[in-house]
Design a protein around this ligand. Sequence first.
Ligand code: ASP
Ligand code: MG
Length: 457
Amino acid sequence: MNFIVQKYGGTSIGTAERLKNVASIVKSTQESGVQPVVVLSAMSSVIKAQGTTSQLLKAIDALLTKGSYYKIIDEIEENHIKVIKDIITSPMALEATLQQVHAEFKSLKSFLDALQIIGEVSPRSYDIIISTGEKLAACIFAGLLNSNGIDACYVPLDTLIQESHSEVDRHFCAYARQEIRNKIESCGTSIPILTGFIGPIQGGIMSNIGRGYSDFTAALIAAALQATEFQIWKEVDGIFSADPNKVPQAHILKAISPNEALELSFYGSEVIHPFTMEQVQNAGIVVRIKNTFAPQKEGTLITDSIGTEKTIASAVTTKNNITILNVHSNRMLMSYGFMHKVFEILAKHKIVIDLISTSEANISMTLTNNELVENAIPELEKIGHVSVHKNMSIISLIGAQMHSKVGTASLMFAALKEANINIEMISQGASEINISCIIEGTNSIKALQAVHKLLET
Ligand code: ASP
Ligand code: MG
C-alpha cells in the first residue's frame, strides 16, 4: 500500500474550524488514491505557550508548588469537550468520543491526586501526564472522521515501547518502527490516527527528545511504513530563505536538502525537530512542509535530489541569546589534552556547546544555556584565563551549493562589513554547508537583512 504520513502541528488543529479543515485535507488525500496515516500533536491555540502541552506542564508545576492544578485541568477539559460538541455530529461517534475523553480526564485527575500525595513527579509520571494532550487530539480527530463517514482508527502510542531501552538510539528506533507497523496493520483499511507522543521512554520524552517530539514520532512512523511522502503540516507556506517577520524579502524555498534542513533546525528556525531528519534520511523518505491554511500550495520539499540553485546559498538564519566563552592559556601550546579538560568541565555542568573556534593559545565556544556558564568558570579559571561575552547572536548562511564554491564567505563578510557589523568569531565546517559568524546581538536583524540580500535574485 502507498502511505502518506501526515503530521499536523498543534496550532493546525487548535480549534473546531481548524480540525474540520484538517479533516477535509485528509479526505482529499484519501480520494487521491493513497492511504493517509495521520499523526497529531496536542491541540494548541495560536500561541504554543497556551497549548495543551504547555497547560499540562503548568498543571505539573502547580502540583509541585501545592497550587491548584484542578483549575488548569478543568479548563483543558472544558475546551476539548466544547470542540467535540461543535464538530462531531453523528450521535454514535459523539457518545463514543465523549466516553473516551471523560475516561482520559478521570484517570489524569486521579493520577495527579496520587502524585500530590507522594509530592514528586518522576520523568515517567511527567510523560504519562503530557501524553494526554496527544491522546485527546487523536481520539477527537478519529471521532470527527468517523462522524463524517470516513473510517478512522484511533491509535495511542503511549504504551508502545514495552522493551527497556536506556537511550533513544538505533536499537530503540528499529524496535519502535516494528511495533508501529504492527499497530497500523491492525487498523486494516481504516485511516490510522496516531498520537505524536510515543512512550514510555526511559528517562522521559522531555529530556530525551524535548518539546516538539511529535515530529520525531511521525518520522518514525513514516520510516516504519516506508511512506511515499512524509508531510509536516504547519501554519506557514514552507521553509523560508529567512524569517519573514524579520526579512520582508524572504522567499519560500521550493526544495532543500536534508542536511540543510538539519542545519536550519539547529540554528533557530524551529522548522522541524532535529531528530526527525535522521529517521527519514536513513529511510530515504521525502519530506514536504505544507500549510494547513493553504493546502493547494506546494510547500517545501526536503530531498537529496534537488536541482542546482541560482543563488549562492539557500537560507540565512540567526540564533540569539548566545554567550561566547573564551579560554586562553599558554599551556595549550604544543600540548595535548587541554581541550579535553575544557570539554570535560563543560560536560560536567551540562553546558551545550554550539560552535568552536581555536587558535594556538585560545579556544572560543558559543553556548546556548547561558545561565549555567557561571558554574563552570571557577574550574575553567584553574586552567586558563576565562572571559565571557553575553547577548551575542550567531548568523548562519546555509546552502549545499556553497560546497567547493570559491568566494561565498567573502560575500558574506563583505555584506556584514557594508552594514558596519563587526564579526567576533567565525566558524565553517568541512562539509561547507554552513558559514557562521558571531556578532553583537543588537545587530542581529540588521545582519540578517544585509546577508539576505545575497539571496535575492
Ligand atoms: N505537543 C508537544 C509540544 O507542544 C509536541 C509537539 O508539538 O510536537 O511540544
Ligand atoms: Mg509541534
